[in-house]
Design a protein around this ligand. Structure first.
Ligand code: GLU
Length: 473
């Protein structure tokens, strides 16, 4: 049987790490079945029924975040709000069949009931007082809410694909509201009708929804619909074991994106956050699609570890295509800004990337360490770099500059040979000249190999930069 999953975010803020993981598991499960099973679809439903809190900005952030993560959904996204008439029609059927009823309680009555239930420690907040009453007894001027006539026998059992068998006595659950007195559908109703109409076979979501699942099961029963398989995945905790919150660092996916994390690294990290395949840490998406199953989702809360994510990101940066990385950092570099310079900068970055990318764990870091290749002369030297260019170093730099300027061939190897010849001639160690040279051409005391740097910068730019420091003082 084909598998249909869905991601059903409420658009009330940015897409956060937990939501992204839920989306990923749903996507990957569908992809697995598309490739190895009878078919798989991953649908997107925007749960925008809370009109006060839902915003278009948040909806766009969901589309954008999912697209960035590479989690493409099938078909058009469904707006839950726009399906209100389907939700109402479904309740109409339940009413006609006597499986739902009109409740004419006033807000004051309900508040009193709730208060009393709380005092008595009962989980049933509503006492079912309109369950068997005739609507003809209705007080004037009160618009009714529609409630489910929930089964009171036995218990509701869910064979959750992650949590195992979970059950609750039906006497613990009161008759839930399906339509409010203003006619608006409740969330619980909307979710069930939508999942049914969308043909969802697997509901994979955070375990904060487990208690909702019991109520939703009651509804499936009332509708005589086949319920989906449920898989409630444990929430993400911070490294201290407490539920993930702002104080553990950023929750929003956007922040990681801006901080220079790659989607493939985030995918790999989120995948492993709650799911395992032996001890494998680095699992590319293609491999993940092959291996993923719900059996191996852990029952314990996963801990979010930024250091681990960062180190995975470093791995994916090293693996990434050089040209792709260059395009990413070009967008972040303040320079170059005009056409000619941009072209020159791009070719330098393309050439230098193979070494640069070994030294960065995020795109932000990569941009910082690449910047010297494209900054305009004269460079601003760091304190350490300024110190490295002392009087003695100046003398050597000046002589070495003449030696390099005389080279016919400006390449890493010839540059190194010429420099080694120079240090042998004057009887100094290579470090004595390499460090001031690095300081002069990069403005810093750390960089990729100095001869590679000279090669990438080219003759004119390298000699110009050396001149700049020699001229200034
Ligand atoms: N809209 C709910 C949320 O954002 C998810 C509901 C569900 O997956 O059933 O938490």
């Amino acid at each position: 049987m084909p598998v249909v999953t869905r991601f059903a975010p409420s658009p009330t803020g940015s897409l956060h790490v937990g939501g992204a993981r839920t989306a990923l598991y749903n996507w990957i499960f569908a992809k697995h079945h598309a490739r190895f099973g009878d078919g798989g679809w991953f649908l997107l439903r925007i749960e925008d029924t809370d009109r006060k809190r839902s915003t278009q900005e948040a909806i766009d952030a969901i589309y954008d975040g999912l697209a960035w993560l590479g989690l493409n959904w099938d078909g058009e996204p469904v707006s839950q709000f726009s399906r209100a008439s389907e939700h109402r029609a479904a309740v109409g059927r339940l009413l006609a069949e006597g499986r739902a009823y009109k409740c004419f309680c006033t807000p004051e009555e309900l508040a009193k009931m709730r208060e009393q239930a709380r005092r008595e420690g009962r989980s049933k907040l509503y006492d079912g007082r309109w369950r068997d009453r005739e609507p003809s007894e209705a007080p004037a001027g009160v618009e009714p809410a529609i409630r489910l006539k929930a089964a009171e026998d036995r218990e509701t059992v869910i064979n959750d694909l992650v949590q195992g068998e979970v059950r609750v006595g039906n006497d613990q659950m009161d008759d839930m509201v399906l339509l409010r007195s203003d006619g608006t559908p409740t969330y619980m109703l909307a979710v069930v009708v939508d999942d049914h109409d969308m043909g969802v076979t697997h509901v994979i979501r955070g375990d904060d929804h487990l208690t909702n699942a019991f109520r939703q099961m009651q509804l499936y029963r009332a509708f005589d619909w086949q319920p989906p398989n449920f898989a409630h995945i444990p929430l993400i905790h911070g490294s201290d074991g407490a539920k993930l919150s702002k104080r553990h660092g950023a929750l929003s996916l956007d922040v990681y994106r801006n901080d220079g994390f790659l989607p493939e690294a985030i995918r790999n990290y989120l995948l492993r956050l709650g799911w395992a395949h032996g001890d494998d840490e680095i699992i590319g998406t293609d491999q993940a699609i092959e291996w993923f199953d719900l059996d191996a989702v852990g029952r314990g809360a996963a801990r979010f570890d930024l250091a681990k994510l960062t180190s995975l990101n470093g791995h994916y940066i090293r693996e990434a295509d050089d040209m792709v990385l260059v395009q990413m950092i070009m967008k972040r570099l303040t320079q170059p800004n005009d056409g000619k310079l941009a072209e020159e900068a791009e070719s330098r970055l393309n050439k230098g990337m193979v070494s640069l990318k070994k030294r960065a764990k995020t795109i932000v870091e990569l941009t910082e360490i690449a910047e010297f290749y494209v900054t305009d002369r004269p460079l601003t030297l760091s304190k350490k770099a300024t110190k490295a260019i002392n009087q003695e170093a100046r003398g050597h730099l000046s002589q070495l500059k003449s030696a390099l300027a005389g080279l016919d061939d400006w390449h890493q190897q010839s540059l190194e040979e010429a420099t080694r010849t120079y240090v042998e001639q004057v009887g100094i160690k290579l470090g004595k000249i390499a460090q001031p040279l690095r300081a002069a051409v990069t403005g810093s005391t750390v960089s990729p190999g100095i001869f590679e740097v000279l090669d990438v910068l080219g003759r004119e730019e390298s000699l110009g930069r050396i001149n700049d420091v020699l001229g200034s003082g």
